[in-house]
Design a protein around this ligand. Structure first.
Ligand code: SF4
Length: 889
């Protein structure tokens, strides 16, 4: 539509406001209560303008074709001034001295110190939170923080309380902030225009570096602010394609680890049983000599490497190249083996490619979301918040999870099945889709295969049998099928609760069946099947070929023509036999087949299942190299420790959960002699007398793009220009495919493959000796092995691990909240204080593995997915017993 602003003509899309029109005309209208991400309220009265002669608040007034807007009227300017004076009257003069939106607006409108009160209202401060403070005297009650919490984060932890001029924000019931439901995302702090909410210790900024979060696989775009070479703060970037100016407590605040005194700053070599500081030259010579000797004595396949889902693509690319081209083995794997390998196998078999099918933005148009095996609000908080937003807008939500997570509480249907029952549940849903005519038969006829075989298997999964196998009431299964079956746009999002099972690949396949049956994948309608990848770059680590059977871009090592291409580029002969998977590496170390293990940026001694077995394997090796940022459990068992840079100190790219390449840029220098993994790997190759090629991360990405057609159009230069690119991206002019399979699936016959899979029992089931089922997972505040978050003030928020159990079980054991309980599996025993909650079903218990003091993985099962060797972290049979309190308690 066309309209006029201050005499100039402006074109505006339908639905815009008068404020949008003034901005389109580049006319600056002051605002305080407005934030583009939030619903407008018009409460601050600063955006007053004349629209067709009427004084209106621009942010809440719809623009209309032909409207005449005047922002320069003197009477309106007086009203704006009076409104701001009214706000200023209740604030102390110091409000003007802060670097805030309020101070800027006062300057623009011409409001000086005299308009402010000499002293505050005496409303007090809340200093309870480790990362930010509330100065109530500076609160202008604009409600932006409240709306951020409600509309973006979806936590509803804040409210405005009090009367008239004393109205201020309060968390929860108004007690200390940390006792409220606040999840510390920082959205309120970032939106506050007056400085009432402010980050502790965030001073003036000299330089801002745009980068990508190094915690989870959501891939939030962050701005790292520095001054004097030090990290001052990190804020989420409004332009972030996935996070849109939002973050979680980890990405937003948990960066104190960067300057932790525990950082590794010099190489360490084990001498007389102790890790002793040495020079890089000594460390590298030692590593190269030992690797050469072991290779000469036992062959290249006696050496194995575990690459890092925390490291960049370029570093993963270089490590697999080091192993294949310099050492001469395919023994390289990454931690997707222990989380999403079943996704790679299952999605490739169903659709053709090893990644989620649709971009995160498709959640915005979904009218039903099926969330399976994911506590997204804690493990992938920004996606959890986006799902919450969509549900609040009216989408239906089905949650498949044994625990009553936050999203399960919000769901229309919560399918709380016994751990290990996913395949039965998904088969039950599939059968109902077919029985009720909710399957898209045209789509199935044109674009899918395997329907007849699937029907045969599904005959055995009526809702009543599904109830028997899973414990989920048949009526709930039917209701979930109805919601999913009648939706126009059905999205499937899932997590490790689907993959980390003895039949995890079957779980992915039978879940994918649901999307295929509904024609909700490979179409223009959105929907799709998206795994929430765990660590920041677990997708990229596999994309880059840190896999024992695949070169970069998922090209089989067994394919001679593929090998030939890499051999020509790298100038060496490459091994053709697939290498060992991570669990096989540990087994092989114990039999003497593996003599050297190179572990880059993973704490396998804490994170991998059956830790006693892992520790024994590490101890059995002749050489363990740990490349780390902290003295992790694994580093403490290593022969040599190489100090590495954190994600805030390095250059490269990550790939997030929806296949998006994004740039990682160094904001600060690594401490001491620590070096980026990329530089260390090059130095190791050179110490072994090899030229690793690709002297910089940009050149490594360019080399990978030349060799892996899926990434042919990816380059640092393009990412710097365009921000992010989805793979496949096959050439410099290819915009990348956010939506996969619009024309055909990437399977050999071009069709989606339905999978006929029977439910099979998990590797372990509760029995008389071990009557409870232990589930492991993550908590919001900490991350993975806790290596980084335990060295931040996140520790003030969650200082230790708890064993979550149902009140009935706590009563049966005779334990109160906080009492220690001994948890014993067939592999070990740990003790943790109890958290009593009915979020956990009777007969089950939950532990995270963020704290080495409560080594959850001493307990976890040694059962693995039959297809991919992914461990069954989600089902461990345990017994529980009240433990004696220690004398120090
Ligand atoms: Fe980082 Fe994930 Fe949090 Fe985003 S949601 S800030 S990527 S940890």
């Amino acid at each position: 539509m066309e309209l006029s602003v201050d005499g100039g003509s402006v074109t505006l899309a339908d639905g815009g406001t008068v404020l949008d029109a003034t901005r389109a005309a580049a006319v600056d209208v002051p605002t305080l209560c407005h934030d583009d991400r939030l619903s407008p309220t018009g409460s601050c009265r600063l955006c007053l303008v004349l629209a067709d002669g009427h004084e209106v608040a621009a942010c809440v007034t719809p623009a209309a074709a032909g409207m005449v807007i005047d922002t320069r009227d003197a009477g309106v300017a007086d009203d704006v001034r009076r409104a701001l004076e009214l706000t200023a009257q209740r604030l102390p003069r110091r409000a003007l001295h802060a670097d805030t939106e309020l101070a800027g607006v006062c300057d623009r409108v011409g409001i000086g110190p005299d308009a402010f009160a000499a002293v505050g209202r005496g409303l007090g401060r809340d200093e309870s939170h480790p990362y930010f403070t509330l100065d109530r005297d500076l609160c202008i009650a604009c409600g932006r923080c409240v709306r951020m919490c409600d509309e973006v984060q979806g936590t509803f932890a804040l409210t405005l309380t009090g009367r008239g001029a004393d109205t201020v924000v309060a968390a929860g019931a108004g007690g200390p902030w940390t006792e409220s439901a606040c999840v510390s995302c920082g959205g309120c702090v970032d939106s506050c225009p007056s400085g009432a909410l402010s980050e502790r210790g965030a001073g003036p900024v000299e330089t801002t570096t745009r980068t990508t979060c190094g915690y989870c696989g959501v891939g939030c775009t962050l701005d790292a602010h520095t001054a004097d070479g030090r990290l001052v703060s990190i804020t989420p970037a409004l332009e972030g394609p996935v996070n849109r100016g939002h973050a979680c407590v980890k990405g937003r605040f948990a960066h104190g680890f960067v300057t932790s005194p525990e950082r590794l700053t010099t190489p360490l070599l084990r001498r007389a049983g102790r890790l002793t500081p040495v020079s890089w030259e000594v460390a590298l010579t030692f590593v190269a000599d030992r690797l050469r000797t072991i290779r000469a004595q036992h062959g290249p396949d006696a050496i194995a490497a575990i690459s890092s889902a925390r490291a960049t693509n370029e570093e993963n690319y270089l490590l697999q190249k080091l192993m294949r081209a310099v050492i001469g083995t395919n023994n390289v794997d990454n931690c997707s083996r222990i989380c999403h390998a079943p996704s790679a196998a299952g999605l490739t078999a169903a659709f053709g490619l090893s990644g989620g099918t649709n971009p995160a933005d498709d959640l915005d148009t979904a009218d039903v979301i099926l969330l399976a095996g994911s506590n997204a609000t804690e493990a992938h908080p920004v996606i959890g918040a986006r799902i919450t937003q969509r549900v609040l807008q009216g989408a239906a939500l089905i949650v498949v999870d044994p625990r009553r997570t936050e999203l399960a509480r919000l769901a229309d249907v919560h399918l709380s099945g016994r751990p290990g029952s996913n395949v039965a549940l998904f088969n039950g849903l599939a059968r109902l889709l077919l029985d009720h005519g909710w399957a898209d038969l045209d789509f199935l006829a044109e674009r899918a295969t395997g329907l007849a075989e699937l029907r045969d298997v599904l005959a055995g999964y009526p809702p009543e049998r599904v109830e028997e196998l899973s414990g989920v009431p048949a009526a709930a299964v039917s209701e979930a099928a109805r919601l999913f079956g009648t939706a126009r746009r059905a999205s499937i999002v899932y997590g490790l609760g689907v993959t980390e099972h003895a039949h995890g690949t079957d779980g992915v396949r039978t879940l994918a069946n649901l999307a295929i049956l509904r024609g909700a994948v490979g179409t223009a309608h959105g929907g799709g099947v998206n795994p929430l990848r765990g660590q920041n770059n677990v997708q990229g680590a596999s994309d880059m070929g840190a896999l024992p059977d695949q070169l970069p871009g998922y090209q089989p090592v067994t394919d001679a023509s593929v090998r030939r291409r890499f051999q020509e580029a790298w100038g060496v002969s490459l091994p053709s036999r697939p290498g060992l998977r991570i669990p096989e590496m540990f087994d092989a170390a114990l039999t003497g087949r593996i003599r050297a293990l190179y572990v880059m940026g993973e704490d396998v001694a804490q994170t991998d299942p059956d830790s006693a077995h892992v520790r024994a394997a590490l101890t059995a090796c002749d050489l363990v190299i740990s490349q780390e940022i902290f003295p992790s459990q694994t580093a403490q068992l290593a022969d040599v420790v190489l100090p590495a840079a954190s994600f805030l100190e390095k250059d490269g790219t990550f790939v997030n959960f929806d296949r998006r390449f994004q740039r990682v840029r160094p904001a600060v220098r690594p401490p001491g002699e620590a070096r980026p993994d990329f530089d260390i790997l090059r130095a190791v190759a050179e110490a072994m007398g090899a030229d690793p090629g690709c002297p910089s991360p940009a050149e490594a990405m360019a080399e990978c793009a030349r060799l892996a057609p899926l990434f042919g159009g990816i380059s640092h230069e393009r990412l710097d220009r365009e921000g992010a690119l989805h793979w496949p991206c096959r050439g410099p002019d290819d915009p990348g495919e956010a939506h996969l399979y619009r024309r055909r699936f990437a399977t050999p016959d071009g069709r989606a493959q339905l999978a006929a899979r029977e439910w099979l029992p998990p590797g372990e089931q509760p029995d008389a000796a071990y009557p409870y089922t232990l589930i492991t997972g993550r908590r919001l505040v900490h991350y993975n092995a806790g290596t980084m978050t335990r060295r931040t003030a996140d520790l003030d928020l969650v200082p230790g691990e708890t064993l979550d159990m149902h009140p009935d079980d706590a009563a049966r054991l005779g334990v109160d909240p906080g009492s220690p309980v001994e948890v014993t599996s067939r592999r070990g025993t740990v003790t943790a204080p109890v958290r009593v909650t009915d979020d956990v079903a009777p007969g089950q218990a939950f532990l995270a593995f963020h704290f080495p003091e409560v080594a959850a993985n001493l307990l976890t099962s040694d059962a693995t997915d039959e297809v991919t060797s992914c461990p069954e972290y989600k089902v461990t049979a345990v017994r529980l017993r009240a433990a004696a309190r220690s004398s120090t308690e």
